[in-house]
Design a protein around this ligand. Sequence first.
Ligand SMILES: *[C@@H]1O[C@H](CO)[C@@H](O)[C@H](O)[C@H]1NC(C)=O
Ligand SMILES: *[C@@H]1O[C@H](CO)[C@@H](O)[C@H](O)[C@H]1NC(C)=O
Ligand SMILES: *[C@@H]1O[C@H](CO)[C@@H](O)[C@H](O)[C@H]1NC(C)=O
Ligand SMILES: *[C@@H]1O[C@H](CO)[C@@H](O)[C@H](O)[C@H]1NC(C)=O
Length: 267
Amino acid sequence: MYGCSWIPQALLLLLAVLPLAAAQPWPRCDDSSGNYTAGSTYEANLLALAGTLRGNASSSPSLFASGAFGAAPDTVYGLILCRGDVSFSDCFDCGTFASQDAGTACGRRIRDVVLCYNQCYVRLSDSNFLASTENSGDVSLRSGTDIASDDVAGYDWTVTGLLNATLQYAVDNSTRMFATGEWVGSDPGFSHIYSMAQCTPDLSPALCRTCLQDLLDQWWSEFRFRGKEDGGRITGSRCSLRSQLGQVPFYTLPQSRTFLTARNRRE
Ligand SMILES: *[C@@H]1O[C@H](CO)[C@@H](O)[C@H](O)[C@H]1NC(C)=O
Ligand SMILES: *[C@@H]1O[C@H](CO)[C@@H](O)[C@H](O)[C@H]1NC(C)=O
Ligand SMILES: *[C@@H]1O[C@H](CO)[C@@H](O)[C@H](O)[C@H]1NC(C)=O
Ligand SMILES: *[C@@H]1O[C@H](CO)[C@@H](O)[C@H](O)[C@H]1NC(C)=O
């Protein structure tokens, strides 16, 4: 069984909140899933699946692939979702890193491993998480840096509004269920904020909205981000949401962009 009781789930969330300063990949290692050894059938299946997923995701317009490989008891389930704005070749490279890191990121070969990179989310598991639309295998990444404004309430309100607008846009206005957003405001402590929302394209729009809304509802909870934190992201096997203060966006192309200014937000 995977992540099915309340208290371990809460503890897992705490452990999964990682500082952004740590090096990529940001892994999530499910210790209870057990280990596999070098040269095992499980390892061969995992590497074969990772290779296929890499090829499929990096040649698909939605930058997404999921599937299973191998016979029981060594079946591996997996998915790759590249950030909606990355190039096919960067998506391919991210899949290569995942294949290389899958066996080492947890310090030993863990059967259920999540690898988060700036450019993709990868999960490889012995459990069939693909059968559910739940956003399991989620990782929170916090910036650890505070904003330079005293108006924390105004900042939180702004980030919540931007993330909300971005998620609505991803669901209503993007066939790939991916959107980026930008806030431009007058408080010098948070004049530019960039955002992103994305779902795996196999979700229905309604499930995508529920998945992203759920992330937004948890955003300022004690297990996620502090109110003064200048950036955060939650990324899981079904959807992800991100906000980052700064002068330059963390994404490369202004695809499906939501653009908000202080003026139109406050009216
Ligand atoms: C996995 O390996 C670690 C380190 O060798 C060991 O302590 C642990 O008991 C193993 N877990 C399982 C489920 O085999
Ligand atoms: C990869 O794509 C091929 C061709 O579309 C498909 O047959 C296969 O099932 C896909 N596999 C995975 C793991 O995505
Ligand atoms: C989120 O956006 C929707 C659609 O624009 C709006 O109806 C809703 O009130 C917003 N919710 C919050 C919390 O801002
Ligand atoms: C986004 O989609 C909604 C609902 O279909 C529509 O009302 C709105 O005009 C669209 N916005 C943009 C900017 O295309």
